[in-house]
Design a protein around this ligand. Sequence first.
Ligand SMILES: Nc1ncnc2c1ncn2[C@@H]1O[C@H](COP(=O)(O)OP(=O)(O)OP(=O)(O)O)[C@@H](O)[C@H]1O
Ligand SMILES: C[C@@](O)(CCO)CC(=O)[O-]
Ligand SMILES: [Mg+2]
Length: 425
Amino acid sequence: MVRKGWNLGSLVCRVGSPGFYLKMLAQESIVSSPGKVILHGEHAVVHGKVALAVGLNLRTFLRIRCSKHGKVLLNLPNLGTCLNWEVATLQTLKTAFPADSDGPKSPSPEQIAALKVFVGIASESADTENLAVLAFLYLYLSIGAKYRALPSLEIIVWSELPTGAGLGSSAAYNVSMAAALLMAHGAVGFPAQEEAESARWTAEELNLINTWAFQGEKIIHGNPSGVDNAVGTWGGALRYHAGKITSLERVPKLRILLTNTKVPRSTKLLVAGVKDKVLKFPNILNPVLSSIDAISQECERVLKEVNQNPSADCYTVLEELFDINQHHLNVLGVGHPSLDRLCQVTASHGLHSKLTGAGGGGCGITLLRPDVDPAVVEAAKQQLKACGYECWETHIGAPGISLHVFSALREEVQKVFQTFEKAEL
Ligand SMILES: Nc1ncnc2c1ncn2[C@@H]1O[C@H](COP(=O)(O)OP(=O)(O)OP(=O)(O)O)[C@@H](O)[C@H]1O
Ligand SMILES: C[C@@](O)(CCO)CC(=O)[O-]
Ligand SMILES: [Mg+2]
């Protein structure tokens, strides 16, 4: 099957032909993955409960160039980080990443320790920004061990998402990285360009991308459920339950006001805190997790009803579910005064909010009814901005991992990559 997939001159070549991968070594590709909003189920989903999550119309873009200069360049402008290594130096880590015929595996403590020593990160460091470098190295070396090659690469990752704010920035990073590295090894092909600006992979290839991305999330989240990388891979609206992913068909175009409290926090530490609390108070908190599970399932039922015959009662139920879940998340210990303030401000305008993602600061979501008075929304936004928060209306259901033709990217995104065109090795 002849496919296009190139940004430069739309090189046309036959996937799988010997010349195909040689051309890959000289060319570049740009992929992107969406952020996400969890409607219900954050934290409970780590403990086997149902979560409902949707793709967000803010994306992380990754440009990969295979080259022959014998180096690996990792440029992360959102973190102000730009690192490069000789491939020969990375080869020294092969002992921790032996050739492996199996598929994706969880990072071992020994591999993490070896990577931390290699990068020079103190073992007890909780600095989440370093985790991006560890996640990249883990994926580069593990996928290289699987496909028996450590290619010379230049990778730049740039995101529209606020990092560490609960919108799945780590998952969008890991999904984009997994897709790009698998492409570099020819483990996933170049999808037919259905639309001018992006293209998508087969179900089997998406599963492979998602499974590798999940390994990267284990480095950044510690004990992730997998819901975030699932949304980053498939996009749309998903029901996630213990690894089972169900696309929610025809989810209504819920109007959501997204608010970033800008309070930094670490998903890894928040997830670990909830686990410790559940272990300490199982009889108190397991019922809370079960109640959140029921909230997710009731929300799913109501969303279907909204589709069939939208009524005011449906939105009243959705608002009540937001309120109940927010209280449960406070009980789990992942609330924050900034999120309480967000809920109070919107409640004073008759709107209902809850945190989204790991909590502890970061982002909250406010449900907007289709017939809400725009003046009410504007008044709430002004008051939230006066709190120092950033808020914007968004729509949900963005597409998952996609391959882009450079010329079809939004000009702003093109400019970002052109800015780094001359990245020094
Ligand atoms: N564009 C990016 N460039 C480099 N690293 C990134 C980028 N986006 C996310 N990361 C990595 O992910 C970390 C944030 O992940 P974390 O899981 O704590 O927050 P989140 O994914 O935004 O929120 P949540 O997991 O609650 O949805 C950053 O500290 C960084 O290590
Ligand atoms: C808090 C959590 O449930 C969602 C973070 O976006 C963690 C996870 O599921 O990996
Ligand atoms: Mg994350």
